[in-house]
Every structure is written in C-alpha cells, then in structure tokens.
Design a protein around this ligand. Structure first.
Ligand code: DP6
Length: 326
C-alpha cells in the first residue's frame, strides 16, 4: 500500500444560484445543464480515509455511527473508483462528520463527496489537479464537484465524462455575500436528490428550463463578476422557481415547499421592494437560503429568526475550496 495511506480533508457545502437538476447520463452524473454556486463558509464536512490492509470490506462511520445500506453502498462505489484509478485493492475505513445539522434538508452530499474525494485520493497516493478532483467528486454527487474549488464556482456540463467539471469564477473575497439559511421543519421525509434528478425528464417543463439555461448562466456569471445584487437576485429567484416548477410537474410530482417556505420567499421579496439588497433560493428541501450582503446579514438573520415557521437560522459567508488537514 502506498504512503501516506491516511488523509483527512474538509469541504464546505454550496448553494446554487443556477441549479443542477436532471442528468444526460445518470450513472456518470453528466448534468442536463451547467450550474453556478457559492461555497458556504463555517459549514463543513470533515472526512478521514485510511486504507488498511487487514480490512475485508470498506467501513463508514457517519456522524459517529456505523453506516449501512444505501449510504455505505454509495461510498463503497466511490472508493472502488478511486481504487481502480490508483491500481490498489485495499479497503478503507472512512469517518465523516458534518458540523451542521443533518436531517434538516440541507444538502450534505456536496461537502461529503468533495471531502471524501480529496481525502481518498490523497490516502491512495494519487496526485490530481483541482479540475480532475472536481470531476471525480462529481461521480459521487453532482453538486460535490462545485465544493472542490473555492468561492463562486461554475460546473460546466461538458461534452462527456472528461470535461464535466467545476472551476472557480471568483475567489471568496470577491464579494461579501452571506447566506442566511432559514431552517423550516419538514414533517415528511423528502425524496433525495438522486431520485429527484431521475424524475426531472418526466416534467414537460424540464426541456424549457434546460434550453434557457445558457441565458441564465450568462446573466448569473456577469452579475457575480460585476457584484450586481439586483441582477443576481432576479436571475437566481427565477432559476429557483424554474427548478421547483419542474419538480412540481414531474411524475410523480415533488413538493419540497412547506407553507412557511413560500411565506419566507414572499417576505424576502417585500424586503427587496423596500430597498434591501436580498433574495431567496430554495434547493430540494423546505429551507430558504436568503442571500444578502455582509452589512445586512445580522438584521436579515434577526428578522428570519422571528418569522413564523422558521426553526433556526444558520449564517454562512463565502467559503474556500476543499482542503487537506494535517
Ligand atoms: C436542488 O448533487 O444532491 O441542490 O448528484 O444525485 O447527489 P446527486 O444530486 P445533488 O443535486 C443537487 C440538486 C439541487 C441543485 C443544485 O445544488 O444545483
């Protein structure tokens, strides 16, 4: 077994302004459209990977408990890919924990697979560039490829497996955006993203969403580069609504919004109409990501904390890339 055989990495989750939903190829996770996100500082998954000669199978400890079933299978599949690339046969012990609440509908697969990819690659003795690492993380979870580079990140749809990868379009200090995440309780277990992604094509609206994606991507890229809050607000809210229109019209339909989700979205719109630079975006869950500038974040988070139906508010500024820990 090559040295070092053990490595620890951390990665942040990300919030997409232009969303990924639906694949051209589900097993390769080749997306139907490119997407743009920002990493979330302060929220992180920390993962250690150790290849151990004596193991007879891969092991996964997730937030302190031994994982079995689909969560373990997904990690085993990913490690098998790393083993193939590295030309090794040794099984690994993986320990992963996140410092943000799990089971509240915050996408943790992005930070999880970005951290796993980096730690596994290092432990297996491979030297991959950031682009290659992002391409590899994509195979574990699509949005994970965007948690490999830092700051504001674009995942290019690519022509195939070789060039569907993510790169930074601006560093974390480019713009002082803050995500105030309004956590809204969900009584029903939601359909996971992997299953949801497979349903995207069954919505008659998905082809229109995908066809219009290059225009939205261009507007989003420009708004970020020019630090144009108004421009970003318009295009990100439209994109989020297009995502949920596709979800609600797929077969079977997926309703991720709770009544409080819509109430917060409308509240955020009214704040903007009153001159506050703020907008909202929602992923595959009921929580509302409320994006504002650093100077307004305390006030916005305070208003959200008192809002009916909001259980808690997490506050995250723009995060850096996945990195190895000594
Ligand atoms: C709604 O990347 O979680 O958050 O590839 O199956 O792991 P898998 O899906 P995932 O999908 C994320 C969907 C989204 C939008 C986004 O983050 O772009």
């Amino acid at each position: 077994m090559p040295i070092p055989s053990k490595a620890i990495a951390i990665a942040h989750p990300n919030i997409a302004f232009i969303k990924y939903w639906g694949n051209r190829d589900d097993s390769l996770r080749l997306p139907s459209n490119a997407s743009i996100s920002m990493n979330l500082d302060g929220l992180e998954t920390r993962t250690s990977v150790e290849f151990v000669q004596s193991l007879e199978a891969d092991e996964l400890i997730l937030n302190g408990a031994a994982a079995v079933g689909p969560a373990l299978d997904r990690v085993v599949q990913f490690l098998a890919m790393v083993r193939r690339i590295a030309g090794i046969k040794t099984f690994a012990r993986v320990e992963s924990s996140s410092n943000f609440p799990v089971g509240v509908g915050l996408a943790s697969s992005a930070s999880a697979f970005a951290a796993l990819a980096l730690a596994a690659v290092k432990a297996a003795g491979l030297a991959l560039s950031e682009l290659e690492l992002s391409r590899l993380a994509r195979r574990g979870s699509g949005s994970a490829c965007r948690s490999v580079p830092g700051g504001f990140v674009e995942w290019e749809a690519g022509r195939g497996d070789g060039d569907s990868l993510a790169h930074s379009i601006a560093p974390p200090d480019h713009w002082d955006l803050v995500d105030c995440i309004a956590l809204i309780s969900s009584e029903h277990k939601t359909t996971g993203s992997t299953q949801g992604n497979r349903l995207a094509g069954s919505s008659p609206l998905q082809s229109a969403r995908v066809a219009d994606a290059p225009r939205r991507l261009q507007l989003c890229r420009t708004a970020i580069l020019e630090r144009d809050m108004d421009g970003l607000a318009k295009i990100a809210e439209l994109d989020s609504n297009l995502l949920h229109a596709v979800m609600m019209t797929s077969d079977p339909p997926l309703y991720y919004w709770q009544p409080a989700t819509l109430a917060v979205m409308q509240f955020v719109r009214s704040l903007r109409q009153n001159g506050l630079l703020v907008f909202s975006t929602v992923d595959a869950g009921p929580n509302v990501h409320v994006i504002t500038r650093q100077g307004e974040a305390g006030r916005v988070a305070g208003m959200l904390r008192g809002f009916p139906g909001v259980q808690d508010v997490l506050v995250a500024s723009v995060g850096g890339p996945a990195k190895l820990i000594d």
